[in-house]
Design a protein around this ligand. Structure first.
Ligand code: FAD
Length: 427
């Protein structure tokens, strides 16, 4: 039980929460992290899953060298997919070493104290904690998106992919999987592995697959195709992946288009061979409705070039992704939530992930509308953590009007001047 006001309280101990905590602690700030390390990855991702991101793009952000995924697993090369359990273990190792005092509790309500201007945070333990800054690192779960066309099905017949850690319960059953991204395709393969009969209904005309990473392409190849970055190869991709501050400076419409279209639905290269005849795939099918029938589900589709279809299944899994929506963050007190300026349902964020409520920050998917597609992936965590930590430290020191604070020690490959540039607001 803490009876003082923390400098910062972080909601959630996933990759973004842990990275931000590590950076804040490096400034010597009093930080509380509420949440079980890697809870979402361990509890809500399907057993047997592999990461789509390459090892070098699967690191949490630390203020010093030695805590990257490849430090924990030296020699783990690109092109070797990371099993879910290995990544969860890495995240927990990071927590044990850099953020050992995460509190195994849930945040139930975040509110702002009217006169003091700091935050009151109600925990599942019954404690009402106080903090001068709150960092919402709640991840994607509350943004799970199920298309309205599936609303004709009751919950026992239709679930979102995020609800399935264990697919064994579908053994021997027909399962329609809606979607064409990695989550849909991997869910279908894992269903087949579990002895189920999956049918993938994809809107796209054909499935897209990421290409096999080429270890060290020639200089000419690199010059033509662009550098390799956390989101893939190409000059523009490199910019979005490695310099998300630039994305934030784009005009609103351009940025929205970028967030919507970059990294569209595609399967990982290593999944391709596993999607065999056990999985039926129908492409070019737009789901138009669904209903219950004889204890099962019937999904109605229309072909992109005409033709209607009805598909019977024992169960439907919507692998239809996540859509950020401030209105769905119900742990924010309504009045406080109303003070957060939003555009297209995402919070409008300043250069340090700061919302229009001083001291309230948003990370991960909730920040993608401002900082671009990299915020949907672990790879965006280090940039986020550095920015937030520098800003919170500046506020704590009463320097909020001078955000170009001296940043913490940087990993060897980054220079002090780059660090100073990053800590300063862009645009
Ligand atoms: C099936 C699947 C596969 C993916 N594969 C990859 C991949 O290969 N590579 C990649 O980079 N990204 C992948 N992603 C995206 C991935 O979810 C994000 O990159 C990553 O989880 C972002 O980290 P985060 O900290 O924002 O969110 P999370 O990892 O979701 O962490 C947020 C944490 O906050 C906790 N929390 C939420 N609310 C509260 C509360 N009220 N109180 C306390 N704690 C709370 C949650 O339990 C959770 O542990 C995948 C996503 C899915 C669904």
């Amino acid at each position: 039980m803490h009876d003082s006001t923390a400098d910062a309280l972080i909601v959630g101990a996933g990759p973004y929460g842990l990275s931000t905590a590590a950076h804040l602690k490096h400034y010597g700030l009093d930080v509380r992290v509420i949440g079980t390390p890697m809870e979402f990855w361990d509890g809500s991702m399907p057993r047997g899953m592999f990461l789509k991101s390459e090892p070098f793009a699967s690191s949490l952000g630390a203020p010093f060298a030695g805590a990257a995924f490849t430090d924990r697993h030296p020699g783990w090369r690109n092109g070797r997919p990371i099993p879910l359990a290995t990544f969860v273990e890495y995240g927990r190792w990071f927590a044990e070493n850099l953020v050992p005092d995460c509190e195994d509790a849930q945040v139930e309500l975040v509110d702002r104290h009217r006169s003091r201007g700091d935050f009151t945070v109600t925990l599942s333990t019954g404690e009402v904690a106080r903090a001068r800054a709150v960092i919402m690192a709640i991840g994607v779960r509350s943004f799970a998106h199920t298309p309205v066309v599936l609303s004709g099905l009751p919950p026992h017949l239709c679930t979102h992919s995020v609800e399935h850690r264990d697919l064994d319960r579908f053994e021997g059953r027909e399962v329609a999987v809606i979607g064409a991204g990695q989550s849909a395709l991997e869910t279908a393969v894992l269903l087949a592995d579990a002895g189920a009969h999956p049918l993938v209904l994809a809107r796209t005309e054909r499935l897209a697959w990421n290409s096999v990473p080429v270890p060290s392409p020639s200089l000419v190849n690199r010059a033509l195709r662009g550098p390799h970055s956390g989101l893939g190869r190409g000059y523009r991709t490199w910019l979005w992946a490695e310099h998300p501050w630039a994305t934030r400076l784009l005009p609103d419409g351009t940025r929205r288009h970028l967030v919507r279209t970059t990294m569209g639905p595609a399967g990982a290269w290593w999944l391709r061979d596993r999607l065999d005849e056990r999985v039926q795939v129908l492409t070019g099918r737009v789901v138009t409705g669904a209903r219950e029938s004889d204890g099962g589900a019937v999904v109605r589709t229309a072909g992109r070039t005409g033709g209607r279809g009805e598909h019977h299944a024992d169960h439907v899994i919507a692998a239809t992704g996540f859509v950020p929506d401030l209105g769905r963050i119900d742990i924010l007190a309504p009045e406080l939530r109303g003070l957060v300026q939003a555009a297209h349902r995402s919070p409008v964020l300043g250069p340090s992930f700061d919302s229009t409520v001083p001291g309230l920050y948003f990370t991960g998917l909730a920040s993608a509308a401002s900082f671009g597609p990299v915020m949907r992936f672990v790879h965006g965590a280090d940039f986020t953590a550095r920015r937030i930590a520098a800003h919170v430290a500046a506020r704590a020191a009463g320097l909020a009007a001078q955000p170009a604070v001296t940043p913490p020690a940087r990993p060897a490959e980054e220079t002090a001047s780059e660090a100073a540039k990053e800590a300063a607001p862009q645009g």
